[in-house]
Write a protein that binds this ligand. Structure first.
Ligand SMILES: [Zn+2]
Length: 117
């Protein structure tokens, strides 16, 4: 993202992103991962190497990783919810950059004013 220099353009860019900052679905701050594992039953095919494929969600709380099982029929939805989180996170990042740029233009303008008087 290119940050405009003029405050009017920064505000315009900010407002466009503020409008987009609305969740269009549930939001999941987690990663969807596929894990192959054995179920533990010695008579199961997984004991002979054909491990079960499972979908899991992982997320971190205070540096500790948590895991939750994601039922296969919910995987497409869950995937979309994690994508929605990524979209919103990206937006918040951009809005932060633009907000900081706006503060910068204010500081610069004030400095110019003071310089003149
Ligand atoms: Zn098994």
């Amino acid at each position: 993202m290119k940050i405009p220099r003029h405050p009017t353009l920064i505000r315009r860019s900010l407002q466009a992103r503020q409008k987009e900052l609305q969740a269009k679905s549930p939001v999941l701050a987690a990663s969807l991962v596929t894990i192959r594992r054995a179920c533990g039953n010695p008579n199961c095919r997984c004991a002979r190497g054909q491990k079960h494929l499972g979908h899991y969600l992982t997320w971190k709380v205070k540096a500790k990783t948590h895991t939750a099982y994601a039922p296969v029929d919910l995987v497409p939805q869950v995937k979309q919810w994690t994508q929605e989180h990524r979209r919103l996170k990206q937006l918040v990042h951009q809005i932060t950059q633009l907000s900081l740029a706006l503060i910068q233009t204010h500081v610069t303008a004030k400095r110019h004013k003071r310089g003149r008087s």
